[in-house]
Design a protein around this ligand. Structure first.
Ligand code: FAD
Length: 475
């Protein structure tokens, strides 16, 4: 069976991409590190069409690769170089905001809606969809659900998982599961939606979602703070938590190297502070009420921290434009690092109290492997999530004899340290293909067996995103 021809006749003109130029953006990952062939890209317009596509692929025995905005940072959304080429199913023609219920604080959206559009539609209804990350202008809501994305709002609002109430999913046999409930209480057996959240395209195609909305803050106060150490940042977190509680909606720590790379590689970014500081912290408070009340709370904490020598310097955004500019620095880190060199991004989370020790131990361990190797650190400090990024210039990387082995060794070194502290090797990016080896290494046989039986129940022929998330069982 010629599956591409069958898909063309099912989806009509414009429904299937086969030209090399059209496929290019779908078969290489965001960082340009992984690529592989696809039979075609199918662009269904409705859930029923997604189901037809899946049934055609099933009948042809062809693998299916669900793809969102292709912003995965762990190679989860593009084909393998080897093995049977998949049909990529992309939902870029399914971008309807189906409904917004401001009283119930929910909205129902197509899986292909871009995250920024979802945030905007919530805002238009006077509500907040709180998941926010650097790729929000291109990642799709279904992609964020399939990876259980985190981002900068987790401290206050939780991961994507905490913000999804219901899902609609096309299963590997072509059946449609309508689980689009908008309930906050629903104890009716196993909660199936949670299996799809974080499943990375291995169990089905998410075509729709009911999302939880929150009150839209009316006031913000944002500061950029220079300090000496992660310990100081942690002490400051404690002070903010004591003084401001749930009003803290951002607490993002980066090291000086990261700021320097943003300033050098991304146009229109300016250093908010004049002096040099080893560490930089962005703190955001948000609430109902007025900006003035929040600014006072922010100033009070900062004044006492400055007086106690905890903080070196700080500036508070005086306008919406300045607030956005501070956030743009934070949201530019991945773009800057991609332009500047080869960063071996890790995605650990440790107990928050262990973050400073983790950074110090991992730095020493990596520099024992590669003397003087610079390390970028980007931390969602309030979540204990540290992107610890050993960083090679392009020239230095070109001289590494076996780049894959080097990347693996450094990653394992860092992940071992996280593991020893009770942490994880994947906090928010997912497993994709990069971390499949870590799954085999760190997950217990019991947990792996449970995951395999779930995969077997949904996708017995292993056709949905094969080779991702789960390691092959040992022979
Ligand atoms: P893709 O990359 O296309 O796919 C990701 C995975 O989801 C794949 O396994 C794919 O098969 C699966 N998938 C996609 N669509 C579907 C679907 N409809 N049904 C079933 N499975 C599907 N991540 C964070 O968590 N926090 C961050 O702060 C963050 N910042 C980022 C900043 C930048 C600049 C970039 C490039 C990435 C960042 N990421 C971050 C990673 C990435 O944006 C997220 O993982 C995002 O959730 C992926 O969404 P996507 O639509 O691009 O999915």
């Amino acid at each position: 069976m010629d599956v591409t021809a069958a898909l063309k006749s099912c989806l009509g003109p414009g429904g299937v991409l086969t030209d090399a130029a059209d496929l290019a953006g779908h078969i290489e990952d965001w960082r340009g590190r992984y690529t592989g062939p696809a039979l075609c890209v199918a662009l269904p317009r409705t859930t029923a069409e997604v189901a037809q596509v899946v049934r055609l692929c099933r009948d042809a025995g062809v693998p299916v690769l669900p793809q969102g905005g292709n912003t995965s940072l762990c190679g989860g959304a593009v084909p393998d170089a080897e093995g049977p080429a998949p049909v990529i199913v992309a939902l870029s023609r399914m971008r309807t905001v189906r409904s917004v219920d401001a009283v119930n604080n929910t909205m129902v959206v197509d899986g292909g809606c871009v995250l920024a559009r979802v945030q905007e539609a919530a805002r238009d209804a006077g509500r907040l969809y709180p998941v926010s990350l650097g790729a929000e202008g291109s990642c799709q809501i279904a992609g964020t659900i399939a990876t259980n994305a985190g981002g900068t709002g987790v401290l206050r609002y939780g991961n994507t998982r905490e913000n999804v109430l219901g899902l609609e999913v096309v299963l590997p046999d072509g059946a449609i599961w309508d689980g689009l409930t908008a309930l906050r209480k629903n104890n009716t057996g196993y909660d199936i939606k949670h299996l799809f959240i974080g499943s990375e395209g291995t169990l089905g195609i998410i075509t729709g979602a009911t999302l939880k909305l929150h009150a839209l803050p009316t006031a913000y106060a944002v500061a950029w703070i220079g300090l000496d150490s992660p310990e100081a940042a942690l002490a400051l977190l404690g002070r903010f938590q004591a003084a401001c509680g749930a009003r803290i909606s951002g607490f993002e720590l980066i090291n000086r190297l990261q700021l320097d790379l943003v300033l050098a590689n991304v146009p229109d970014r300016r250093n908010p502070l004049s002096g040099p500081h080893a560490w930089h912290l962005l703190v955001e408070l948000s609430d109902s009420g007025t900006d003035a009340a929040l600014a006072t709370a922010l100033e009070q904490v900062l004044e006492s921290a400055l007086a106690d020598g905890l903080v070196g310097d700080a500036t508070i955004a005086a306008s919406e434009t300045q607030r956005a500019a501070l956030w743009e620095i934070r949201h530019s880190v991945s773009e800057a690092n991609k332009k500047a060199g080869v960063g071996l991004t890790t995605d650990c989370a440790v107990p928050i109290s262990a973050v400073p020790g983790f950074i110090a131990t991992a730095t020493a361990a990596v520099q024992a492997l590669v003397p003087d190797l610079p390390v970028i650190v980007v931390t969602h400090l309030g979540d204990g999530n540290v992107h610890f990024i050993p960083f090679f210039s392009f020239e230095q990387w070109a001289q590494v004899a076996d780049p894959e082995a080097m990347a693996r060794r450094i990653r394992h070194t860092v992940n071992d340290i996280s593991h020893a502290l009770g942490g994880t090797f994947s906090a928010e990016h997912g497993i994709g293909r990069t971390l499949v080896g870590e799954m085999a290494h760190y997950k217990s046989p019991v947990e792996l067996a449970l995951m395999r039986s779930i995969k077997q129940a949904f996708d017995p022929d292993n056709r949905f995103n094969p080779g991702r998330l789960l390691p092959e069982p040992k022979a």
